[in-house]
Design a protein around this ligand. Sequence first.
Ligand code: LLP
Length: 432
Amino acid sequence: MFVSDCLSVNEQGHLTIGGADTVELAAQFGTPCYVMDEAQIRQNCRAFVRSIQEHYDGNGVANYASKAFCCKEMCRIVTGEGLGLDVVSGGEIYTALSAGVDPAKLNFHGNNKTPDELKYAVESGVGRIIVDNLYELETLSRIASACGKTADVLLRIKPGIDAHTHDFIRTGQIDSKFGLAIETGEALEGVKAALNTESICLKGYHCHIGSQIFDVDPFEHAAQVMADFIAQMKAETGYEAEELGLGGGFGIKYRSHDDPPAYEDYMARVAAALKEACAARQLALPFISIEPGRSIIGSAGLTLYTVGAVKTIPGVRTYVSIDGGMGDNPRYILYQAEYEIVNAARAGEPKTQTITLAGRCCESGDLIQENAPIQPVEAGDIVAVLSTGAYNYSMASNYNRIPRPPVVLVNDGQARVIVRRETYEDLTKNDI
Ligand code: LLP
């Protein structure tokens, strides 16, 4: 019935997450409030770890893409489940290190890492730096040499695959700001440079074709293209990559009718494609990494809001305004992202109303969902927006100087705050 196994309806007809009553959570922690289910997060982590064990003899690692949702407790949970971390900024590195994560488990991405961030990564002993371009390679070489260290790197390659997803979250095609293209010869040039650059140790290649992808074909195709690339580089330079990063992007359910493939199916097919491609090209099987972000945390989370004004414009639509909006969830205004919405206290009832859920920012586009079905709803009700675990808290802003909501983690009915609600003092703490 719901988009995630961690959601249910209790005897009072209230929506529950991880066994906790969302109406009670709203009363206890206030709204707006993000709620995430720890058991679901751990279960998702285990599915990825197990899939590499089963289908690729454990010769790889899942690195959680922390951009999806990053805070200290999340870093502890996923690394406790045996995952590494994909980080994309000094801030994400700092968060992981403050949570006590082994720096060797960090994989540092980004198309324009600053020299300061590169220095921080090298000095901290970050495990892999995924080098995006030749300018970065030179900068990193200089920084590593000055620190008397060698940087272990993967080169970010564009496999030239066009995954069918939203334009803003496609990354594998030639026209992308990320990585070096194979077709144009940039990738070959990058490999030669990496092999001949001081204080750089080339460990292999990395690709990521996009996000919220439902079809396994483009992932399989990417693995084949990358195996080809390893073989081609071996022929041209003598260098055979030991490691291959295959990125993230596995789709999740936002609406009940969404039907993403199981992660086991993904790994079964991609591992088979890679093994076959490597055997055909007489290559040793590379150590692989995958980078699930959304698929670890997305459907493990929801956001609770309190309804305020309800405005029915006859013959037009009904705006139901909530105490949050684009500040805590910018995904509708950015991508017209689809979500299911539920009146938390009437979750077992049919959705007989069609409403537009409006945020509270001074911005007409500040909507969470348009013309969406929901149970009857009025001022004072608690509304839950489902599957908001990924790219909500992590993309939140303080637009209109609205404090960011807290993150509450539930486990078997018990709830605890893992990120506290921002205060007005927090909002002004950097003001001079
Ligand atoms: N690895 C790399 C190199 C990435 O760039 C990303 C996401 C991931 C892994 C994780 O992808 P995931 O498994 O979460 O799909 N803000 C957008 C999504 C941007 C994704 C950016 N990169 C959204 O809200 O849909």
